[in-house]
Ligand binder design. Structure first.
Ligand code: ADP
Length: 632
């Protein structure tokens, strides 16, 4: 099995900023991968290409008409009328074809980008928690938004425009060679310098674009944090600090963008100038040829028109080349994300975990976050959680309680040893079948911006409304829900800000009740509630825990007292084990944590209170003053 160290370290390395593809030409495989997304729409593209060929060919007729107007039409009025009529028809047909082509291309481009965005999102959700620990939300979002948009530009417009320009270029050049090959050769002396310039600058632009996209992603990451945690920012009056962080990232993006603009601003005028030079050469040399009678005036005009036709695409190709390069920079970032392999995934042929009784056994489980150089978080930990029993985890902050709980849900894999549920090693069963038998009540329940009913239904999507009502009732939530303007149909704000902590907890409990899973992972809230809410939450929890294997990171005295068993963790080891009474009698760490907390409560010194709370992950005083006094 893949340990945390190996793949974890590798991906971190792969993810170093700009670690991939920088300075290299976009590899063939990148083109191929982009084409893969285009694959399902290839007939659209073929159709658009056919339309394009027709429209280009029709466009090439125009200078021929002008030539004939000048050389013949000026002398024959009837022929002139005919020519003009013909020209109007041709241009009308071309307009219709162009419109159709544009629509087909836009449709195709939008479809491709739709698939790409969905692909990114699906893949991102399959990645492991350790990946999200390393990356900022906003930065990840920038892949789906701005990177995808850049790639989108290429697919919708650039590819087909480039194709159109190449066709015009090739067609135009062929025609001028047929008309007058010496003049044509003279025109084309400027082509090689333009091509070389475009090539070199285009490559620079791609690299800068990738850096700019990376930096922009980081800026969005900072911004996202500042917005999501705005309460913390304002409470600590760190607005200036956040603004400075954003400023730094934004400034970097700005500099890169300006650098890109500088390169473009150098490149395009040079190309424009070279283009004019070729026209001037034709005017000068062709003028002499007309004077000598070797060419008709109409031919010279037609020739100049063709050069215009050819010069346009050359300039635009250079500009589009840079756009294509920008898009490759973005595609590079997207593919780097898509190439990240989830660290936790089903092993090949993993079977579904059959319905379990809920016996969870830790067998000499060792764990650390990241590579071998990282500190050990769980150290050869062995214990068994019996079916239906409630185990309270207690210990100083950083002891490894949260980690232990996360291992049960297989959000990480142990580095050594194994975890077994009803005799099945967690790594042998599918993640989905395991997690379907687990309900989680987090410390700070997150509610989605949806109705309360849908928030509860999140526990089990096929639950009926009656089941949701029942869950809400068991969670003691009916009474406050009834007081809301729309009852269960009330929409709660982002993270449910409009509900109190105790109310949110009860919604989370209802969600877990609905899931009706044999295993319950519970991270108790640290915030103390008023006595009534405390009682309602506790009662709801009791109902939830009944008959399930419960592992609770305990912060409330009542929970610890009522637990079938208490595990005292310290530095990733189980240092004491037993019931509340047994552990108190033991006079060890548990006793120390417990009494220190007690001293802290009576001393009423806020500084010490904070300290003590850090030492023991909290047994709220307010709710249980009587009990605490007894201990003294
Ligand atoms: P507890 O829940 O008992 O407070 P945790 O399980 O959260 O303890 O943490 C145990 C140790 O693991 C701590 O030293 C903490 O710093 C470290 N730790 C927790 N989460 C991570 C993480 N995502 N990456 C790296 N280290 C972590």
């Amino acid at each position: 099995m893949m340990g945390m160290g190996g793949p974890g370290g590798m991906h971190m390395f792969m993810w170093g900023p700009g670690g991939r593809g920088e300075g290299k030409r976009p590899s063939l495989s990148m083109y191929r991968r982009l084409l893969q997304y285009v694959g399902p729409y290839k007939w659209n593209l073929v159709f658009a290409a056919v339309l394009l060929v027709v429209s280009t060919a029709l466009g090439l007729i125009w200078p021929q008409v002008v030539q004939r107007v000048i050389d013949l039409g000026l002398r024959d009025a009837g022929f002139l009328d005919l020519l003009i009529l013909g020209l109007i028809v041709v241009l009308l047909v071309r307009a219709v074809i162009d419109g159709l082509r544009q629509f087909v291309m836009a449709y195709t481009g939008e479809s491709v980008i739709f698939d790409l965005r969905m692909g990114i999102v699906r893949h991102m959700q399959s990645l492991s928690l350790s990946f999200f620990n390393r990356r900022k939300t906003g930065e990840l979002m920038s892949h789906v938004t701005s990177d995808a948009t850049l790639v989108h530009g290429v697919i919708t417009q650039t590819i087909i425009q480039v194709l159109g320009q190449v066709l015009t270029l090739v067609g135009g050049v062929a025609v001028i060679f047929l008309m007058n090959w010496r003049l044509a050769l003279l025109t084309l002396v400027v082509a090689p310098p333009i091509a070389i310039l475009g090539q070199r600058m285009g490559r620079r632009i791609r690299d800068i674009s990738r850096e700019a996209q990376d930096a922009q992603g980081e800026a969005v990451g900072v911004l996202q944090e500042a917005i999501a945690e705005v309460r913390v920012v304002q409470a600590f009056t760190r607005e200036e600090y956040e603004a400075a962080r954003f400023h730094e990232k934004l400034l970097f993006t700005f500099k890169k963008t300006i650098e890109r603009a500088r390169i473009s601003a150098t490149m395009f005028p040079i190309i424009g100038f070279l283009g004019f030079m070729s026209v001037i050469v034709v005017l000068w040399y062709g003028g002499h040829e007309v004077a000598r009678g070797e060419m008709t005036p109409g031919m010279l005009v037609a020739f100049l028109l063709y050069i215009n036709m050819v010069a346009g695409p050359v300039g635009q190709l250079a500009s589009q080349w840079t756009q294509v390069q920008q898009a490759f920079g973005a595609a590079d970032r997207i593919f780097a994300l898509l190439d990240t392999v989830p660290e936790i995934q089903d092993r090949p042929g993993a079977a579904a975990l059959p319905p379990v009784r809920g016996e969870i056994r830790f067998e000499e489980v060792g764990f650390r976050y990241g590579g071998a150089s990282e500190p050990t978080v769980l150290d050869d930990l062995s214990t068994t959680f019996q079916p239906g029993e409630t185990t309270a985890l207690v210990g100083p902050s950083g002891a490894g309680k949260t980690t232990l709980v996360n291992l049960v849900g297989r959000f990480y894999d142990p580095v050594s040893g194994r975890i077994v549920v009803d005799g099945h090693d967690l790594r042998d069963v599918t993640i989905r079948s395991l997690r379907e038998q687990i309900a989680v009540v987090p410390q700070e329940p997150i509610l989605f911006a949806d109705t309360i009913r849908e928030n509860i239904r999140y526990g089990r999507l096929d639950a009926t409304d009656a089941e949701i009502d029942e869950a809400a009732r068991s969670a003691n939530a009916t009474e406050f829900i009834a007081r809301l303007p729309n009852g269960l149909a009330t929409i709660v704000g982002e993270r449910g800000v409009r509900l109190s902590v105790g109310q949110r907890q009860r919604v989370a409990i209802a969600r877990a009740l609905l899931r009706n899973a044999p295993i319950l992972l519970l991270d108790e809230a640290t915030s103390s509630l008023d006595n009534e809410s405390e009682y309602l939450v506790q009662q709801a929890l009791d109902r939830l825990m009944r008959g399930r294997t419960t592992i609770v990171i305990a912060h409330r005295l009542s929970t610890v007292e009522r637990a079938d068993r208490i595990l005292v963790l310290d530095h990733g080891r189980i240092v004491e084990e037993g019931t509340h009474g047994e552990l108190l009698a033991l006079g060890g760490l548990y006793h120390r944590l417990y009494t220190r907390r007690f001293v802290d409560v009576d001393a009423v010194r806020p500084a010490e209170a904070g300290e003590a709370a850090a030492i023991m992950a909290g047994m709220p005083a307010a709710a249980e003053p009587r009990r605490l006094r007894v201990v003294r």
